[in-house]
Write a protein that binds this ligand. Sequence first.
Ligand code: FES
Length: 403
Amino acid sequence: MKYGYDKKLLKSLSVGPFLGQVKLREKMIAEADDSIPTSIYNANILAKKLHPNVQYAVIEAIEEHADAKSFKLVPDKEKGTEELAYFRAGQYVSIALDIGEARLNKPYTIRSCPKDALNGSYTVTVKRNAKGFASDYILDNWQVGTKVKLSGPLGEFYHQELRDAKQVVALAGGSGITPFYSMAAAIADGTEDFTLTILYGSRTKASILLEDELDAVVKAAGGKVKVVHVLSEEEAEGCEKGFITAELIKKYAPEGDYSVYLCGPKAMYAFAKTELPKLGLKDRRIRKELPGEYGDPTGDAAYPKEAAGKEFALTVLIRGKEMTLSCRADQTLLDALEKAGVRAPSHCRSGECGWCHSRLVSGDVYIPEDTDGRRAADKKFGWVHPCCSYPLSDVTIDVPVIE
Ligand code: FES
């Protein structure tokens, strides 16, 4: 084959240094230590810093609200955590809890702003909840000095410039205000660059969570953050009365393109299902934070009614052991495991993160459509998410664990 390059140029190059390379390499290999090199790439160091599997923290301060408390967490250096990982405003951490016999993990939004992590702290705000087994435990037991084991920051509920509009309308209910507080604070300090209009639903004026803190952040954000309180049970000056309807969203939505973010109690998601389509937005403009545990599914139209009220045997293969427990029809497989003292993997408890991903060896389960975040391959090869799978028969699952 003929190449059309200038050979004179090559001739002028000295090949001597190249010829010596083989000998040099052989010499270096002969002189090298027998041990395997242990260098770590900077990218791996950074990845570990940003996405630690586990972080240890200790409670430094507690702030009381009407029916909630805010806990300031700082690194527990005695346990080896030198700093808390940076996060995006809106993310959560999964907190490990031992409550009596139960061993569980619960997701809580990091309510503080990302810059606070750089200064060494996270704040989580926990609200009392009638069915809140874990929340009540935290509110009644955590004190200054309590040690806490938590995951790295998790979740996709944050502003993503490539996907979201520059203007966001946030629909919040109850403790669902926490990710929006973090976003608002991040806008106020310049970490995030979008405008945020929060429509915040509460029952009464007295039950508004973080009202003063929100007022302060609105003032600091120089017009980029606005909060409208919507009260369902009373009239109050400066507040809207009723629920967050499509009409109300249109009243406060900015001109032009905007995204809608939603975070609140389960009833709010059901209500939004009928209201949000009336806005005529593209699907990608509507983002929902994890709704949390699905609760009793036996009233669902798709639920096979013959299973309601029954109790089934749940056989579990985990960490090389096999055990059989019982699981009620209205109870998730994950809940049955945790209440029996088995620490099973979980983070979001909403069917989304995939962390609890387990193989259904035998039996049938009911998975509510709204919580079925499995990939097509998972469905095909019989994998389920125990956090949102309910037994319809005796069931056997194999739970892989990454410690
Ligand atoms: S805990 Fe996230 S999918 Fe089950």
